[in-house]
Design a protein around this ligand. Structure first.
Ligand code: ATP
Length: 246
């Protein structure tokens, strides 16, 4: 029923997905608020992928292609917006998906599990049948991680993650990739690589970038990684916002 001529058409389409995911028991109430925080920053960055963010997306692709044991950690917001892209990335590089929720309930886990099994994902971790271990220094239902997933992974992809979990995961000996529209969030500040972009643009762009680099020599990919600095990336993202309003 949305009018395509509406200037905020895309934004309304994604709001609709968020509302439906909430009605379907995929998204917690707070997930709707988190989406609003993301929209604010998307407005500030101009609702497009900046050259700086495209470069960071390429670095993320290099990490995916060089890591030994990556895992894709998904929550309700990620599932509401980009479950198809997550499933495609999982299949492209044979990476397991781990469901990891801030507000974990058996019902939400089952609903999210169904989304990915319906998309043909074979290796789905973090379900109630899985074996878990607590994240050090983190309490509550968001603490457990899958032993076969995040616990053993060398690379953890945590789009739209809460800052507490991101901080604790970053303290472990793992590379942390993250997508977050807010360059100032604790998640953005503590990750190894932060893509400051909307997940709906960043996910397809990561897949395109992986396909671009898939046949490259691993040494060349590692060189790109070694030349990347996340602090510089985040400062560039903040400068990009400031420049828009100068
Ligand atoms: P932190 O705890 O990391 O300091 P926070 O408390 O704002 O940050 P949450 O509200 O738990 O974090 O998580 C939401 C984060 O996800 C926010 O930083 C928000 O900007 C970001 N976000 C929300 N929607 C999107 C989206 N579609 N694409 C990218 N980032 C998003």
């Amino acid at each position: 029923m949305l009018n395509k001529d509406h200037p905020r058409y895309q934004s309304l389409v994604y709001r609709d997905k968020i509302v439906k995911a909430h009605q379907q028991g995929i998204l917690a109430d707070s997930g709707m608020i988190a989406h609003g925080r993301g929209e604010t920053f998307d407005y500030l960055i101009g609702e497009k992928t900046t050259p700086n963010s495209q470069n960071t997306i390429d670095i993320a692709a290099c990490y995916f292609l060089t890591s030994k044991k990556p895992v894709l950690s998904v929550n309700g917001n990620t599932t509401a917006l980009v479950s198809e892209d997550v499933a495609e990335l999982s299949k492209l590089l044979d990476i397991p998906i781990e469901i990891n929720l801030y507000y974990r309930t058996p019902e939400r886990i089952r609903n999210i599990e169904k989304v990915y099994t319906d998309l043909g994902v074979k290796e789905l971790l973090g379900t109630d049948e899985d074996d878990f271990i607590d994240t050090p220094d983190l309490n509550g239902p968001r603490s457990p991680v899958s032993i076969e997933g995040i616990k053993k992974a060398d690379l953890v992809f945590i789009p739209l993650e809460d800052g507490d979990r991101a901080e604790k995961l970053s303290a472990l000996d793992k590379d942390i990739l993250n997508i977050d529209l807010n360059p100032l969030s604790r998640t953005a500040q503590t990750s190894t690589v932060t893509i400051v972009d909307n997940i709906v643009r960043a996910m397809p762009a990561i897949i395109t970038s992986i396909n671009k680099y898939i046949d490259y020599d691993k040494k060349d990919l590692q060189e790109k990684i070694d030349n990347f600095d996340n602090k510089t990336n985040l400062n560039n993202a903040i400068q990009d916002i400031i420049k828009r309003f100068e």
